[in-house]
Write a protein that binds this ligand. Sequence first.
Ligand code: ADP
Length: 657
Amino acid sequence: MNTFWWLFLLVIVASAAYLLGLRRVRSRPRPENNITLQHLQLGSEIARQVSTVLMLQELLPHVVHLIQQRFGFYFVGVWLVDEAEEGSQALTLQVGSCPPGVEPPPQGTRYTFESGSVLGQVCTRGVCFPLEDVRSAKEYPHLPELSEALSALFLPLRMGDEVIGVLDIQHDTRHTFTPVEIMLLQGLADQVAVAIRNAQLYEAEQQRRKLAESLQKIGGELASSLDMRQVPQQILEQLAAVVPYERGSVMLQRDHELEIIAQRGFPDNRRALNLRVAIREDDVFQQMVQANRPIWVDDVTQASGWQQLDWLPLNRSWMGVPLITKNRVIGMISLTRKEAAAFSEEDAALVLTFAGQAAIALENASLYDEITRFNAELEKAYHNLARLDQAKADFIEVAAHELRTPLTVIKGYTQVLASRPGVVDDPDSQILLKSVMDGVNRLHEIINSMLDVSKIDNQTLSMHIEPTWLHMVVRRVAGELKEALQERNLTLTVEDLQELPWIQADSELLYKVFYHLVVNAIKYTPDGGHITIRGSKVLGDDNVPAVQISVHDTGIGIDPAHHELIFEKFYQTGKVSVHSSGRTKFKGGGPGLGLAIASGIVRAHNGRIWAESPGHDEENLPGSTFYVQLPIKPVAERYALSGVDEKAQKGHSILET
Ligand code: ADP
């Protein structure tokens, strides 16, 4: 090979060696080379990462790794400020990145601000701290994993005036960071700080949303449960998903005590349940009621006057959260944790939100409980009343029957006596006997009413349905009461009844209805008044054609509060003590059966009866009107009674509708 070729080969080898060498030099970390461009590129890359990766755990490793790799640093780590015990602050290593083969210090490594390390100083002063020779710097935080480190730069992660952490950059060569380099790396650190804060905000927002969702879910679940035996326990179970605690109880205030109605985490179930704790003046419950917000004790062993049940293991942190409904504290949720200062302001806010739902659920459940109990009592009372009512109906029936027999005898003998010679011509005897007869007739009438009402009660009233013309029925009543009307100087007008259609009804029973109504109109209208009976054809309930009769008087009227009650048997509006007897005497009270009978008969005809009156006024006499509405079609036809034939229809029992 000639010299030229040797030379050529030498040039090739030299060029290759140069190129390879250059590559090696390039691949060796040289932070001072091209640093501006690298920074700018990295800055934009971090910005891109931040917009795509928002979760802190994902973001930090990415960013740290990027910086470490791009610049070939020996170590890049991020420390974040957090609360240490007793309110002091500390820095915790969140993430660190080293070249391949070097294990970074473990995540969670901590330095308190007081330890004198440079990390704390960066945070408190908010300025960067370069160390050219870490081995001779006593404030350098030595970490055994970073034994090769020779120089370092600690940059504050700033958010406005606040320092949220430190960007820790270390070299395995002695390196003097130029002001430009520091400025550019600080710019990078600022970007990292913004990214961290955004991620923290995003995470907090996510957490809040999750919490709101779970609170809503819990609220829904609690609200749907109405069982007082389960709700308090559910409250404690679900609360554990919101705020961790070791022992919890739901307590309700009962006078001067708090009763534990549910517990979780207690060593002895039986001893805890239904346990009552006396409320003492100025104890934590009272303080909580006064503050109307949660209160907590960081260490109960340090709290003066703290009382603890001796069979309960000592938990140092305690929190009480009020259960408030309708602006009233009804009890509290009491939570404890083993370690001291375990509850935070945030926990208190969470439990308070939860307690709002819990209190509503408790209130609903206890109301439901009360209603259920009340219903059971009501049902019992109703059965008792029904039994008593039946006993009363039975008594009335028996009494009426028992009275009727001797009365018939008295009536018969009085008639016989009146026609006997010597008596028939003796005016005095006749007057006496007439009084006896009047009394007997009145008694008879009352006994008949008693029998009617007991038949209605026992649903044994016989009905004889036949074509009935109400005009005739009312005329019979008017005829019967003609004398009484005259006696009391009352006028009775009957209007428009002749035009009324015939209806299918029991005319005898309807006679009783109008008899009682007109007798009442006479009784409760002062002498000289007017009674008007009118009839019309109307559409009744369900648009059924019906006839409507009204009995209007110019009497004392009825208080609207009594309009329905007067149809109950024995109901009278006035005082029984001022009761004056007499069939048609003004305000002469009867036994209180007339309207009950009328109502029973009308209902048996599937009709309606009601009263209207502006009120009771014995001076101004507002008057009353009683309405009776009766369907034109017969009852039996409308209520196709099984097995009702022509004959049976003539005397079937009432079916209450
Ligand atoms: P009573 O035998 O007492 O008349 P009723 O059942 O017939 O019993 O009536 C019940 C109560 O309704 C009466 O005590 C009376 O207070 C009131 N009442 C009934 N009809 C009238 C009326 N036309 N005007 C005023 N009050 C009436």
